[in-house]
Design a binder for this molecule. Sequence first.
Ligand SMILES: C[S@@+](CC[C@H](N)C(=O)[O-])C[C@H]1O[C@@H](n2cnc3c(N)ncnc32)[C@H](O)[C@@H]1O
Length: 199
Amino acid sequence: MDEPPTDRAFWDSRYLSGRTPWDQGGVPAALARYLAAHPGRGARVLIPGCGAGREIAAFAAGGYAVTAIDFSPPAVAQARVRVGPALAGHVLEGDFFACSFDSTPFDLVYERTFLCALPSDRWPRIAERTAALLKPGGTLAGLYFFGDKDDGPPFGLAPDEAARLFDPDFDLVVDEPVPPAESLPLFAARERWQERRRR
Ligand SMILES: C[S@@+](CC[C@H](N)C(=O)[O-])C[C@H]1O[C@@H](n2cnc3c(N)ncnc32)[C@H](O)[C@@H]1O
């Protein structure tokens, strides 16, 4: 937790130059379906590595109390402008691994292109930190990129790798391919929507 976020400059430069090929430009269709089926009713959701914050308003509109975090100041600035004054305060600038958030565990953690943005040697820490931040019975849900690890980011999961990472603390409850037409070219036919329950 005391190690500095050494690659932040990479992300800063991408947001400042507008080279963000992972940015879907809207709410992923799989998330829209999830929100329609799972009204938040005040549940607390965390969005790690929220980037430009495309999904924040959708979670809020779906009844969730949203906390989003990114360590890149230009990403946070873009997200705060996007969501407007009512939600800007819910976008934290900080390191997912080091931020204390508050003492209340989250009901839901949403994943999109955060895990695959980090080298795979950091993935066990993502899984451990996510488990620590979720209440028992809470949900980890989102989109996972299955592919190779060459020339990342993005760094892809091998077929059995997600199970190795998450099985110690989570049960896989939903695992569906994302229709290629719903994905960006970068991820097409290599994305899955997965939901895991914290034990
Ligand atoms: C590929 S981008 C994805 C952004 C967003 N989830 C999306 O789908 O558009 C990865 C994001 O993770 C952020 N990030 C990487 N390491 C982080 C860390 N340790 N704490 C917080 N944010 C981090 C980067 O700044 C970047 O915005």
